[in-house]
Write a new protein. Sequence first.
Length: 344
Amino acid sequence: MSGLSPWMVTALAGLVALAVAALLTEPLRLLAVRRGYTDQPGIRKVHASPTPYLGGMAVALATVGSASVVVFGAGATDSTLGVVLGCAAVIAVLGLVDDLRPLSIRIRLSVEAAAALVVVAWCGHPVLFGTWVDAVLAVIWILFTTNAFNLLDNMDGVVSTVTAVIAAFLCCAALSAGLVGTASVAAALAGACAGFLFHNWHPARIFLGDAGALFVGFLVSSASMTLHRDSTALSGYGSLLLITLVVTADTGLVMVARRREGRPVMQGGKDHIAHRLRRLGLTVRQVTVAIGGFAALTSLTAVLVLFKIVPQRAVLIAVVAVTAVVWLRLLRVPVYGAVADEQH
């Protein structure tokens, strides 16, 4: 495969991952059903029947396997790829253990922080202060984004769609920057999520689970960090904010709403952006498309900001302002109380 062009290597990684994820998900679903590895319905959940949640392992195996075979088969020697994929695999295993036997938040955050630190130390990070503080901020951002993706995983197809969209834009940006390895990893992630969507689109037959949601969140943030290494403050952190704005907005909305209502911040509930859009009358599929479309717009803007194609400061202010208006409108949607809790 050494004679393939960068675009062909990247496309191959994505297509292989798509096929592997699409084919591997069903056997894992059947295994989960036989072993009883299912997400049970509850008052704070949308689904009405037990649903298998080993789908994340299909995404993780397809992504890591396809990216490794295609990239290294093409003769790539970038050590950062092995580090990113290896740490992401550790996070997938962590999530799988948590799916099968729930772990404490302290253990989860400790493992996630260690993996994030390895990625930042090996792969670099944007420069804001020019000191060790930049590395700390990068680790915190990876931790936040990883868990924000997990929180966003609350409705059929949402996280899979958002990840596929963001990863596709990361792939294009990495190719433009000449980072073929990073582009191939992003393409593999986008392809794996697209393949998984054949089974996860509403009505979903299988869920990502913590294994999948944590894996995609960690890999998106780690690939983004690799792409933005040594970037200046505005283009670097500004672009990082835009790429993951949808998950940041969702987590922020939930935290603010629960604090205002006096509810535990870490307790699950039907108060995310997806649930609020459902309360406004959208169907589950329309919600998925709407959130995926927003992710596409902010990701495109992030790429334009990263390569300084548009006025960075003006665009950042405009996008954040529009997001804030929508965010405040969604915050006023009633989702608490006996009546709201009973509805989808």
